[in-house]
Design a binder for this molecule. Structure first.
Ligand SMILES: [Zn+2]
Length: 410
C-alpha cells in the first residue's frame, strides 16, 4: 500500500479544503479522491462527467486508488441494460491518524479514521510543565498503545496533529515563548515525534484546533466561522473561506492581549494593562468575585455559582461577555463571519456569557455584517480538540498532490 511521501515536518499546510492538484495537465488521482471524500459512491461514468476526464483516464486513476485502499467498491448502480456499472467510494478506514490535544493539565490522544472520526481515545492527567520530552514521550507511548490495540501497524498511520496550549509557529511546529509551558520554547515537536514515525506532524495552538474540530463536527457546511475560547485565557480561531487563517507567524486570533475598550487599568500577566484577558477571562472573573466577597478559585467555581443562581457571578460573567463582545464587534466587522462560536470552560456558564456577547456585537456592528450572523455556544466539548488536530493531519495527508506523489512512488 502506498504511503504519503516522507515529507519534512510540513510546509504551510492548509487546514480545510486544500486543493493542490498536480502541477500540470489533467486532474490526477489525488484530485479525483478530493471529489470522493464526501463519501458518496460514484461510477466511472459519473466521475468522467464530473471531471471532464476520458473514461479510460478515470479507470486508470480509479484502479490506482483502489490498489491503495483509499477507494473501495461500493455496490452497483442501477443498470440501464446489460451489466450494472460498479460504484466506488472513499474508504476512510484505509489509514488512521492520531489527534493529540494537550492542555495545561490534560492530555488526550485519539486514533481516528480519515474523516476524523475517533476510533479509540485515551485521556489522562498530563502536566504540560513537565517539559516537552516527558509529555511527548507520553504522546508516543499512548499513540503506540492505541495502534497496538486497534491492530494497526505503524505503516497505517499517515499523520499526527497536535494542539498545544500556547503560541506555535505552525510552519515549524515549534512553540514560541509559551507562557505556561516551561522548557518548550522553540522545541522541535515534529522532530521528536518523527523519530518514532516517519509521517507528517502538524502542530498548532489549542484554539485553532478547537475551531477546526467545531467546524468539521458541528458546522461543516459553513465557510466563515470565528471560534472564541473563553477560559483562563481568551483566544480565537478564524476559519475564513473554509481555511484556518493563521497569519504570518501563526499569531492570528490571539485576542487575549488586545486592549479592551472602556476597560479599567488592570495589570495583565503580559505586563500591559487593560488587556481583554486581564478584565474578562475566567482568571479575571475569579479575582473580581473573590474581591467582592463571593469566593471562587477556579473557572468551574464560577460556572457552579452561575448555575446555582448566584446573581453577582451571573452579572460578572455577563459583563465579561459584554467586554469580549466589544472586541468581537471589531472582529465581526473585519472578518464578516456567518457564525461566532463561544467555547472554553466559561461558555458552560449558561446563557450569561453569550447574552453579554450578543448584546454588544449586535448593538455595535452594522446591519450588513450581522444580518446572517449567529452567536452560539460550542457543542464539541472535550472531543473537539482531538478531532480538530486529526482533521489538520488528514487535510495535509490527503491533499491531492501528496496522494499523487504517494501513488507515483508505489
Ligand atoms: Zn496582556
Amino acid at each position: 500500500m502506498p504511503q504519503p511521501p516522507r515529507a519534512p515536518a510540513h510546509r504551510g499546510a492548509a487546514a480545510i479544503g486544500e486543493f493542490t492538484g498536480p502541477s500540470s495537465g489533467a486532474p490526477g488521482a489525488g484530485e479525483l479522491l478530493q471529489l470522493l471524500r464526501d463519501g458518496q459512491p460514484r461510477t466511472r461514468a459519473e466521475l468522467s462527467r464530473l471531471t471532464g476526464l476520458a473514461r479510460s483516464t478515470v479507470s486508470l486513476r480509479v484502479d490506482a486508488l483502489l490498489a491503495s485502499g483509499l477507494l473501495a467498491p461500493s455496490g452497483e448502480a442501477a443498470s440501464t441494460g446489460g451489466r450494472p456499472p460498479a460504484r466506488f467510494a472513499f474508504n476512510p478506514k484505509a489509514r488512521v491518524v492520531a489527534g493529540v490535544d494537550l492542555g495545561a493539565t490534560h492530555g488526550r490522544v485519539a486514533l481516528t479514521d480519515l474523516t476524523g472520526r475517533p476510533l479509540s481515545e485515551v485521556a489522562e492527567h498530563v502536566d504540560i510543565s513537565a517539559g516537552p520530552i516527558t509529555v511527548l514521550d507520553w504522546v508516543v507511548a499512548t499513540t503506540q498503545r492505541l495502534l497496538d490495540e486497534a491492530a494497526r501497524d505503524s505503516g497505517d498511520l499517515v499523520g499526527i496533529g497536535i494542539g498545544l496550549p500556547g503560541p506555535v509557529e505552525h510552519s515549524s511546529g515549534r512553540p514560541m515563548r509559551p507562557p505556561i509551558m516551561p522548557g518548550w520554547d522553540g522545541f522541535d515537536v515534529p522532530g521528536h515525534l518523527r523519530r518514532h514515525w516517519d509521517v507528517p506532524v502538524l502542530v498548532d495552538n489549542d484554539v485553532n484546533i478547537m475551531a477546526l474540530g467545531e467546524h468539521v463536527m458541528a458546522h461543516p457546511n459553513l465557510d466563515h466561522l470565528l471560534y472564541v475560547k473563553v477560559a483562563t485565557g481568551i483566544g480565537a480561531g478564524i476559519i475564513s473561506g473554509r481555511r484556518l487563517l493563521r497569519g504570518a507567524v501563526g499569531a492570528a486570533g490571539d485576542l487575549g492581549h488586545v486592549a479592551a475598550p472602556h476597560a479599567p487599568d488592570v495589570l495583565c500577566t503580559c505586563g500591559n494593562t487593560g488587556c481583554l484577558e486581564a478584565v474578562a477571562s475566567g482568571r479575571a472573573i475569579v479575582k473580581h468575585l473573590t474581591a467582592a466577597g463571593v469566593p471562587a478559585a477556579t473557572n468551574s467555581d464560577v460556572v457552579a455559582l452561575v448555575s446555582g443562581g448566584n446573581i453577582a457571578a451571573a452579572q460578572a460573567v455577563r459583563q465579561a461577555g459584554r467586554t469580549i463582545g466589544e472586541v468581537l464587534a471589531t472582529c465581526v466587522s473585519l472578518l464578516n463571519p456567518e457564525l461566532v462560536v463561544i467555547g472554553g470552560s466559561l461558555a458552560q456558564a449558561g446563557e450569561s456569557l453569550i447574552a453579554g456577547v450578543r448584546e454588544v456585537v449586535y448593538g455595535r456592528s452594522l446591519p450588513l455584517a450581522t444580518v446572517r450572523l449567529q452567536i452560539v455556544p460550542a457543542t464539541t466539548g472535550t472531543q473537539g480538540g482531538v478531532i480538530g488536530a486529526a482533521t489538520m493531519a488528514i487535510q495535509h495527508a490527503l491533499a491531492a498532490n501528496r496522494i499523487d506523489e504517494a501513488l507515483a512512488g508505489a
